[in-house]
Design a protein around this ligand. Structure first.
Ligand code: FAD
Length: 406
């Protein structure tokens, strides 16, 4: 469903409301989040989420009849850029990954009962969810080659397999699991998505994965999950049988933009911190870092790259609003690798300008750097997106290339 954009004045009011809320109530929680982890500050975060629901600043991408703001992709992109300035921003405003992508899947493909049982509590922020597709023993960049299976037995799906990097599984109410249901079908018609409540016997939370020295907890963590004779009703199939890849494309397309919008916000925060440091830190009496040409060049180059990234994201968002995610696949893929590059470069420069302070946890830079190195990997490695873009472009010139799954 197409959604109208807000006027520039309305957008400015919303952006300011998000910025003020972050600066006044969320930034102060960041040091404890860094030191003690998500679980330690969850009660404070829940109070902030309740306040935002009250104020109508909840879940920008969720339709209004489900309690969200019902914004267009472009308006969401602009708010998301503000929210991304804090690692907690998207969580408090009710649009964190992986829930945001799961909400979109359930909205588009859920039946009435699935919407009532899974979508509505998720959209209201009463429960969390996770998305379980990648496997430790198979290349995630080629998900068509998957080991996890689900077979129908006495009206139930019986799921067996091992998944990892199931983000936010710790404490989630349900998972959307991708499994092979039709092994004899053609490559992209073999797998389906199935809704699995995490309290189902056979859903085994094997471990929290330590990432760059941090294990995390709750929403801010990644898990390895074993599905062992895990049985759920046949009615838990999401979308058509064999439609797993269709659904995955529909989820991951806009999901990549969600990440890229957030990355622009992170880059902007890192840029702000870098500029402040360049002014405050003196390398000699009366000679702040910003007087040095190398630092000036960092600042100019980062500004240009962030602006380019924002324009690219907004261009893709506009295209999704106008023509849908499928038509915008080239724009989306370009955004994925280009903005990931800008993000990690700006973070690196900002850390460099902070010197030793940059690698401490006294600023959010080190945590951003640790977490966002993965921007080049998750939702498909950069290389896969670059090859796909080239394939689609070269097709227009008469050269047919096969995808990496062949
Ligand atoms: C922080 C984080 C969160 C994640 N969250 C989730 C989640 O919630 N749910 C979920 O299911 N998965 C999740 N993932 C998994 C993620 O989607 C996969 O890591 C990703 O698809 C890559 O798969 P892989 O790790 O198996 O790498 P591989 O497929 O083994 O690829 C390894 C490397 O090989 C190179 N490569 C691969 N294919 C090609 C190619 N065609 N051409 C050139 N080079 C190539 C790339 O450099 C790539 O990084 C997450 C991953 C991370 C790091």
């Amino acid at each position: 469903m197409k959604r109208a954009n807000k006027s520039p004045e309305q957008q400015a009011v919303l952006v300011k409301a998000v910025r003020d809320f972050l600066e006044q109530k969320v930034y102060p929680l960041e040091p404890r989040f860094g030191r003690e982890g998500f679980a330690a500050i969850e009660p404070e975060l829940e109070a902030l989420r309740a306040e935002l629901r009250e104020r109508g600043l909840w879940a920008p991408q969720v339709p209004e009849n489900l309690g969200g703001m019902g914004l267009s992709f472009l308006d969401h992109a602009r708010l998301s850029r503000e929210m991304g300035k804090s690692p907690l921003g998207h969580y408090v405003f009710g649009c964190p990954a992986p829930d945001s992508g799961n909400v979109e899947l359930l909205l588009e493909f859920g039946n009435d009962e699935q919407k009532r049982l899974f979508l509505e509590p998720l959209a209201r922020g009463e429960v969390r969810s996770c998305f379980s597709m990648t496997e430790p023993d198979r290349a995630g960049s080629n998900p068509a080659w998957m080991e996890t299976t689900a077979r129908l037995e006495d009206g139930e799906w019986v799921i067996d397999g091992r998944k990892w990097f199931t983000t936010s599984a710790d404490g989630a109410a349900f998972a959307i699991v991708m499994a092979v249901t039709d092994p004899d079908a053609s490559t992209y018609a073999r797998a389906s998505m199935i809704l699995v409540p995490t309290n189902t016997p056979g859903f085994i939370h094997d471990r929290l994965i330590s990432v760059m020295g941090h294990t995390g907890s709750g929403w801010a963590s990644h898990s390895e999950i074993v599905y062992e004779n895990c049985r759920v009703p046949e009615a838990n199939l999401l979308g058509p049988r064999g439609g797993g890849f269709l659904l995955a494309q529909s989820r991951l397309g806009p999901g990549r933009i969600h990440h890229a919008m957030r990355w622009c916000g992170i880059a902007e925060r890192a840029f702000e911190l870098m500029c402040k440091r360049a002014v405050e830190r003196e390398v000699a009496p009366g000679r702040p870092l910003g007087t040095r040409q190398a630092v000036q060049h960092f600042i100019a180059e980062c500004r240009a790259k962030i602006d380019a990234a924002v324009l690219l994201v907004e261009n893709a968002a506009r295209r999704i609003d106008a023509d849908g995610a499928a038509a915008a696949r080239t724009e989306i893929a370009c955004v994925k690798f280009f903005v990931a590059d800008v993000l990690t470069e700006v973070l690196d420069r900002a850390i460099q300008v902070h010197g030793a302070l940059g690698v401490t946890d006294d600023t959010p830079l080190a945590a951003f750097y640790r977490h966002e190195r993965a921007a080049h990997i998750y939702d498909g490695p950069d290389e896969v997106h670059k090859s796909a873009v080239a394939r689609w472009i070269l097709r227009g010139y008469g050269l047919e290339l096969s995808s990496q799954s062949k």
